[in-house]
Design a protein around this ligand. Structure first.
Ligand code: SF4
Ligand code: SF4
Length: 275
């Protein structure tokens, strides 16, 4: 057995907080808006419409009514600050709005205005508020690290998800995520490979497999009765990894039958690899 070569760092007992990359470097960050056609495909308004504030308040209310955790998170933060330096986005930017409590406050101030008796301490929906939401709720990766350190278990990721849902409902979506999900709607996979592209890719695999093994290995499409399903990530169809997977799988199956299963929105493809 070969000896592993890797270095294990010793624990020193000291927690090292990284230095700020550049203070305020994310303050003016504004997320790219989704394509209008993508928003439409997903059933959202194409863009911000007249009267969006009322719609946003309505969706916010629905979320509060149906998600008791969200309502609780809006009410119970005591501003203790235990979460502030636990968010990597704050550590990297030094921006107070990137602390978990600061990020949630962007939503809490709107919550206070519309849904509590303390509206004077809140702020209504406005373009300024929306800009802040769009910027800072897309600088949260929903990693939930902060929730481990909050004595009340407030999960800022839930707050981020609710904010994004409200924004989508009024026609303000984020370009990358919206486009990725649109590809899934259109083609059944997140990178938008269509059926012909997939068939071409598989034909190339056949050639590569022949180069690797010297055998004429066929990968028929839509083969019924295959014995093994391999469900690779769609991105693997563009990578050499899928070929390695085929070769590794060959070692494990005595009948030497391998299926690559691929589900497209309108077309169900099953490929059978006989090795
Ligand atoms: S869930 Fe969001 S706010 Fe909390 S630590 Fe992760 S990125 Fe930061
Ligand atoms: S740790 Fe929890 S209670 Fe304290 S400020 Fe952060 S979210 Fe609020």
């Amino acid at each position: 057995m070969s000896k592993e070569h890797y270095h294990i760092h010793k624990l020193t007992g000291k927690i090292q907080t990284p230095k700020l990359l550049r203070k305020g470097n994310q303050a003016s960050e504004f997320t790219f808006l989704a394509f209008e056609e993508d928003m439409e495909t997903l059933g959202f308004p194409k863009k911000l419409q007249e009267g969006w504030q009322d719609k946003a308040v309505g969706v916010f209310k629905e979320l509060l009514d149906n998600n008791k955790a969200l309502k609780t998170y809006m009410d119970i933060c005591v501003r203790c600050g235990a979460c502030t330096d636990k968010c990597q986005f704050f550590l990297g930017s030094g921006d107070i709005n990137n602390t978990p409590v600061g990020r949630a406050e962007l939503m809490r101030k709107v919550y206070r205005y519309y849904f509590t008796p303390f509206s004077s301490k809140g702020e209504p929906f406005s373009e300024h508020v929306l800009k802040q939401w769009m910027s800072y709720f897309y600088q949260c990766s929903e990693c939930r690290r902060c929730s481990y350190f909050c004595p009340y278990g407030i999960d800022t990721a839930e707050i981020t998800m609710a904010a994004r849902e409200i924004m989508d409902s009024i026609g303000v979506g984020e370009k990358y995520a919206t486009n990725t999900i649109t590809q899934v709607y259109r083609t059944g996979n997140n990178i938008g490979i269509d059926a012909n592209a997939l068939k071409n890719t598989i034909a190339e695999f056949e050639e590569d497999l022949k180069d690797e093994t010297g055998k004429d290995i066929k990968i028929p499409i839509d083969e019924e009765g295959a014995e093994v399903l391999l469900v690779p990530p769609s991105a693997d169809f563009f990578a050499i990894r899928i070929l390695s997977q085929c070769l590794v799988m060959r070692r494990y199956f005595t009948k030497q039958v391998l299926v690559i299963h691929y589900h497209l929105m309108h077309l169900r493809l099953q490929t059978l690899v006989c090795l």
